[in-house]
Design a protein around this ligand. Structure first.
Ligand SMILES: Cc1cc2nc3c(=O)[nH]c(=O)nc-3n(C[C@H](O)[C@H](O)[C@H](O)COP(=O)(O)OP(=O)(O)OC[C@H]3O[C@@H](n4cnc5c(N)ncnc54)[C@H](O)[C@@H]3O)c2cc1C
Length: 337
């Protein structure tokens, strides 16, 4: 897998569903009228009963009632206003590189930002970028113009929007270090909100950006740096990652956050969990904090492995690992907890 490939960058191919046809998924909350209205609003930018495993790097997840990829912020706002008026739930996803979607999928509309990809250099040293742009493209543009500050993105997949929510980063830095402002749209009424860095509440793999909004863009403040230096640092980061991380696996990267002063991978390995497997969910023998899908793992398999590893680490080290990955959707019993 190319770490810099954003799943949401893929051009939609359509899934053969037709508006007004039979509802393929009996769990779907969208009737024919709702589907027709969404099709009228978004044209080909919406798919119905779309398997979320196609949109997650772990290749796990049941169907979304509707999977919407608005190509402009205006269309995104129109979609949100329609959903609010119709009482349809909205779930926001970016590149799907930090997601576990439960096996029965997601009810309502999944809003994917993957078509909001505008990116530009402004004022000589800043980048203004829409939320669906891949982190790889941000790094490439910065490198091309000899701007330092986002070297930490080497090998971090996903979108800018997801990166802001997660405050994605590596030992070289994180979004917190370079973000001037983040712009969001409120799910309830489509109103735009701009927050400066301090108001985003960035912290280790987390932020205060509210789940009641969708991030649509950001401004990154960079600094001139010789391109050769940037390239050397990114190359070293990628090399270090290649030496430590599993290759060619479907995953979310790290499953758990590192506890203060330690590493989740070290704790899991010391607790003897490396190589543990439930169904096709495996605690990687290469890096113990990577719980990977080695075939057709279900979300239930992955969640069972997560709980088994967490319990063993608790027993061995007396601490409870916190999840870095985000869990969305409902399981086959309809449970969303
Ligand atoms: C191989 C691999 C390596 C990785 N390495 C790293 C690493 O080194 N460092 C690191 O920090 N992470 C790493 N990750 C995890 C992941 O890449 C980051 O968390 C990334 O920032 C997630 O971005 P995304 O667009 O894929 O978000 P998603 O996975 O789609 O979503 C993540 C969360 O953000 C929310 N969200 C997404 N977009 C928006 C938006 N526009 N508005 C509002 N909410 C939104 C979702 O609802 C969800 O809660 C790795 C993942 C993989 C697969």
């Amino acid at each position: 897998m190319n770490d810099d490939v954003l799943i949401g960058d893929e051009e939609p191919g359509g899934n053969g569903e037709s508006v007004g046809g039979a509802v393929a998924n009996p769990r779907s909350l969208l009737d024919d009228a709702a589907r027709a209205a969404l099709r009228a609003l978004l044209g080909d930018d919406v798919r119905f009963d779309e398997p979320m495993r196609r949109h997650t790097t772990a290749r796990i997840g049941g169907p979304a009632d509707a999977f919407a990829m608005p190509s402009t912020i205006e269309r995104l706002v129109a979609l949100l206003r329609w959903c609010a008026a119709a009482g349809v739930a909205v779930t926001v996803v970016g590149g799907g590189s930090n997601l576990l979607v439960r096996d029965a999928g997601i009810r309502g509309v999944v809003l994917n930002t993957g078509r909001l990809r505008r990116i530009e250099l402004v004022d000589g040293t800043a980048i203004e970028v829409e939320a669906g742009c891949s982190t790889g493209k941000v790094l490439s543009l910065a490198m091309k113009h000899g701007l330092g500050g986002v070297e930490f993105l080497g090998g971090v997949p996903g979108s800018v929007g997801g990166g802001m929510i997660m405050n994605a980063g590596t030992y070289l830095g994180e979004f917190k270090d370079v973000t001037a402002w983040v712009e969001s749209v409120r799910l309830s009424d489509g109103a735009r909100v701009r927050r400066d860095n301090a108001a985003c509440g960035f912290r280790y793999r987390d932020s205060d950006l509210p789940p009641t909004e969708v991030v649509v863009g950001a401004r990154l403040e960079l600094r001139p740096r010789p391109r050769a230096e940037i390239e050397a640092e990114v190359k070293a980061l990628r090399k270090r990652r290649a030496e430590r991380e599993p290759k060619k696996v479907s995953s979310n990267g790290s499953t758990f956050k590192n506890p203060p002063g330690d590493f989740a991978g070290r704790l899991i390995e010391a607790a003897g969990c490396k190589g543990w497997q439930i169904g096709d969910a495996l605690c990687s023998p290469v890096h113990a904090n990577w719980l990977v899908n080695v075939g057709d793992a279900t979300c239930a398999d992955m969640l069972a492995l997560i709980e088994r590893v967490r319990a063993r680490v608790q027993e061995a080290h007396g601490l409870t690992l916190q999840l870095e990955v985000k869990i969305l959707g409902e399981d086959v019993s309809g449970d969303t907890r």
